[in-house]
Write a protein that binds this ligand. Sequence first.
Ligand SMILES: *Cc1c(COP(=O)(O)O)cnc(C)c1O
Length: 388
Amino acid sequence: MEDFSFETQAIRTQSERTQHREHSTPLYLTSSFVFEDAEEMRASFAEEKERNLYSRFTNPNTTEFVDKIVAMEGAEAGYAFATGMSAIFSTFAALLQAGDHVLSCRSVFGSTHSMFTKYFPKWNISTTYFKVDEVDLVESLIQENTKILYIETPTNPAVDILDLEALGVLAKKHGLIFIVDNCFATPYLQKPIHFGADLVIHSATKLIDGQGRVLGGITVGNKELMREIYLFARNTGPAMSPFNAWVLSKSLETLAVRVERHCENAMKVAEFLEQQQNIQLVKYPFLKSHPQYEVAKKQMKMGGNIVAFELKGGITAGRTFLNKIQMCSLSANLGDTRTIVTHPASTTHGKLSEEDRLEVGITDGLVRVSVGLETLTDIIHDLKQALA
Ligand SMILES: *Cc1c(COP(=O)(O)O)cnc(C)c1O
């Protein structure tokens, strides 16, 4: 499959057909697999022979999903998890030991932040944060025991951009494992491995599924690191279900066309919002006004589907705007066909102090729009009447 390009790999990477010669991959709802004889069973358990044994390890549906993402990200190997968070936790848990140190951007997904600050200290794993505009400081924060450099780009919910190439070079120079949560971009828009990432993680729950149906996660990248992660996962049990893998593998067949339209709509929504009087600031990676516009252009094919904007009038204005929304959904998810609007300061990040919110770029009037695939004029009409 290596000679094929992106869309073809997403469609034509497929598990071997059964005797029925089905065109589309069937669902393999089986927890285990059978052996011809004692010798085949021995060889399989000894890993002399690559084949399915038990669905906590591998299953034809999860393997197909993994093979696709591996090809689409330009990785060497991968493993599929039940959720994005189980992918993130298992990846760190497999690679870290007590006494290790993690260097991470502060603007990470909320549960990732909780993992670093609430749980890792229990196992004597420490984390140092840098802010999105402190990439120049990162080298000075590296310690003797730093093992992993971790980022998300674009970030949630403020859609800031971090320079993958600069951080990739730094990680290589200091022998750090560079891990990127590529959830907001998808491999269609951005391939972190190309810029030096060792591992790429996705919450497949978002744009990869794209229709808000199933949860899923995946880690792909360097073969030796993936081997450690696979063995950890195989023993500790965070595997993706074959059903979810089947759904997600189907979703990947349309990822390119879906994400392209998401981005076209989002760009138009961002341009519309920039014209509105009661909006102070619009953040979208491919708007010239974005502080990291040049970096975004360098590492992303299009700007993604998330637009953030700052309403004049703070918390009250944010809540009022949400209450006036008619068609778009008020929901915590993102990357769905349905446009979703959230006001982080009063919802997802409502428990944080104002100071902590500002560290991740969440001002009181910040609204996040996950632009969907409805007719563009209908999306804009809804936003417009809610702003009025
Ligand atoms: C949603 C999300 C996650 C967590 O994924 P789940 O599938 O919900 O566990 C991690 N990182 C980012 C950037 C996300 O948006």
